[in-house]
Ligand binder design. Structure first.
Ligand code: ADP
Ligand code: GLC
Length: 484
């Protein structure tokens, strides 16, 4: 069985968030299960920061975008261990400083950029004789692939047998564009209807993918249920309910060769369940890096590594940060995203320089240092499809404080102080008060019940969220759709 991952991100070549981690690690797990996996993504500028060698596979593949006849070039490189990565090159679309846009918003032509990508993937398969059985597509950026296959290419001899899986990593991003964009994506006009890609007068790429993919997955069982409700459905809950019989929630796994305190090259000292002494060294190192007072080593240090967008609960974080500072604890935040949040957080840090440190930027090394060097990790998400950073934190003995939603609900068990059970602190209501109550419980436990805190750390570090458990569920889906 051969699967081509069609994705806008893959770690370490191009990363905006957890989607990259999943597309970097799930192929490795599938390979272990005997599935052959290749990956295809756009040839962004950032790819060259990581990889320098590329082979040219095809030149000048014809791709139409509205009335324009464009050309795509395909290059190939490799990720360890022996995973082939194909890159769709067209510099006017992908040779830019960012993947999707700036902190002021997405690039104006994102609809065309990803319609071009989807069509180029199919042109690549058609024109080069590349063979695979399943196209596993990820998020709205690739959602037109199933749409083209089931409409434009329905009778195409080289493409019609291909099956598709579409994984929804985040329903909050759907690829919604003005109606004019429909004229640029070369689909039959009847698809601009309520049964097709039309969405309140606009065109919605993800909706198309949901309708036409052979199977849909999302990244945790609870999120699979939530997205079928009005509260979490972002207007697509009705469509998702309609196709619920071919929708499954499969929990994301962790690549423990990247996220493991016993081997992590980015942190100041290695540590394990058996010898936690290195964690204090990591904490001191982080305190120094942030210019915070060294006596914090004995006090609670909270961390957050996140895209700074509404989804991540920045709204309920802002009123709570000040309280944390007043409680003699400290917070370190690393993130990028919307300017309003970047500014608000930076102002907080300026007001409390010895308790709040905010680093605006995207930096994998600092992300590792925060996850290792803090005592607690904050995820007050309004919604969270799966969430990976809470899983990384568990392995580093950093106790997550999370809102009880989506993948956070599925992966964290609330601390029961009697008996030292649990792996984190959970809260339900999306409100600063509920969040504060959970933080307060955590800080009190850390300060007054050190033995119990230690037990929680051990419980957390023992959790196994590797792909070994869940990659099999994808294989079962590939097998099922190939039998049809
Ligand atoms: P999401 O995909 O919604 O952003 P996840 O928790 O699934 O959330 O994954 C986020 C990933 O992105 C993690 O690997 C995290 O370490 C990383 N990340 C997020 N923000 C930053 C940042 N500012 N710098 C470095 N890594 C970051
Ligand atoms: C999304 C979600 C996150 C999930 C990630 C990988 O960006 O926001 O919860 O972990 O995709 O699936």
């Amino acid at each position: 069985m051969k699967v081509l991952f069609v994705t806008p991100e893959v770690f370490p070549l191009a990363k905006g968030g957890g989607l990259a981690d999943v597309c970097g690690s799930l192929p490795k797990a599938l390979t272990k299960l005997g599935v052959e996996v290749d990956i295809i993504l756009p040839f962004y500028r950032c790819v060259r920061n990581v990889q320098t060698e590329f082979n040219s596979i095809a030149e000048d593949l014809p791709v139409s975008l509205g009335w324009r006849q464009l050309r795509a070039d395909i290059y190939q490189t490799e990720l360890t261990p022996h995973i082939k990565v194909f890159l769709v090159a067209r510099d006017e679309f992908y040779d830019r400083s960012n993947i999707y846009g700036t902190n002021k918003g997405g690039y104006f032509d994102n609809g065309e950029r990803f319609a071009f990508f989807a069509q180029s993937v199919l042109a690549f398969i058609d024109k080069t004789g590349y063979k695979c059985d399943v196209l596993h597509c990820h998020d709205w950026q690739t959602a037109l692939v199933p749409v083209y296959l089931k409409t434009k290419y329905f009778y195409h001899p080289g493409l019609s047998a291909l099956k598709t899986v579409l994984t929804i990593h985040n329903l909050g991003y759907q690829g919604v564009f003005p109606a004019e964009v429909f004229g640029l994506i070369n689909l039959p006009s009847h698809l601009f209807s309520i049964e097709g890609l039309e969405f309140w007068g606009q065109v919605n790429f993800l909706k198309g993918g949901i309708i036409f993919a052979d199977f849909l997955t999302t990244v945790s069982p609870t999120y699979a249920k939530e997205i079928q409700t009005q509260e979490y459905g972002f207007g697509l809950d009705g469509v998702l309910r309609l196709y619920a019989h071919r929708l499954k929630g499969i929990l994301n796994g962790v690549d423990y060769s990247e996220w493991n305190p016993e081997t992590d090259p980015y942190i100041a000292a290695r540590y394990s369940k058996a010898d936690l002494s290195g964690k204090i060294v990591c904490k001191e190192d982080l305190i120094r890096l942030c210019g915070l007072p060294l006596d914090l080593v004995k006090r609670p240090l909270l961390g957050m590594v996140s895209r700074l967008v509404e989804q991540k609960g920045i709204e309920i974080l802002l009123p709570v940060i000040e309280k944390i500072a007043q409680k003699n604890a400290a917070v370190v935040i690393l993130g990028t995203g919307e300017k309003r949040y970047e500014d608000a957080l930076s102002q907080m840090a300026a007001r409390y320089p010895s308790q709040i440190c905010v680093k605006i930027g995207f930096d994998n090394k600092i992300a590792h240092k925060i996850i290792a060097g803090t005592d607690m990790f904050l995820m007050p998400s309004r919604y969270e499809s799966c969430g990976l950073t809470q899983l990384y934190s568990l392995r580093y003995g950093t106790i997550p404080i999370v809102r009880n939603t989506g993948g956070l609900a599925d992966t964290i068990t609330d601390a029961q102080l009697e008996g030292g059970k649990g792996t984190g602190f959970k809260f339900n209501a999306y409100s600063p008060d509920a969040f504060w109550e959970a933080i307060n419980r955590a800080i009190n436990c850390y300060e007054m019940e050190r033995t119990i805190w230690y037990e929680l750390m051990l419980n957390a570090m023992q959790c196994d969220f590797s792909w070994d458990k869940t990659a099999k569920e994808y294989v079962a889906i590939y097998e099922r759709i190939l039998k049809r």
